[in-house]
Design a protein around this ligand. Structure first.
Ligand code: FES
Length: 70
């Protein structure tokens, strides 16, 4: 599903950015190029929430992964 129509960004795009640890609004705007003249900026809050979810999901997966006992 598209999250940003101006840049054609999908949920998968945002998921990758979030898993790279980029969740701050200012950094997301910079990395995704949402400050270009043709961008409206309406998607920034949704993108930030999706990136934050991706980061938390990755952290949860890491904490639930089996650990070597030897
Ligand atoms: S919808 Fe993302 S900048 Fe316009």
């Amino acid at each position: 599903m598209y999250v940003c129509l101006c840049k054609g960004l999908t949920e998968s795009d945002i998921h990758r950015v979030g898993q790279a640890g980029i969740v701050e609004a200012e950094k997301l705007v910079e990395v995704l190029g949402l400050n270009d003249d043709e961008c409206c900026g309406r998607c920034v809050r949704d993108i930030q929430e999706l990136a934050d979810l991706a980061t938390r999901k990755l952290a949860l997966q890491s904490s639930n992964s089996p650990r070597c006992r030897y």
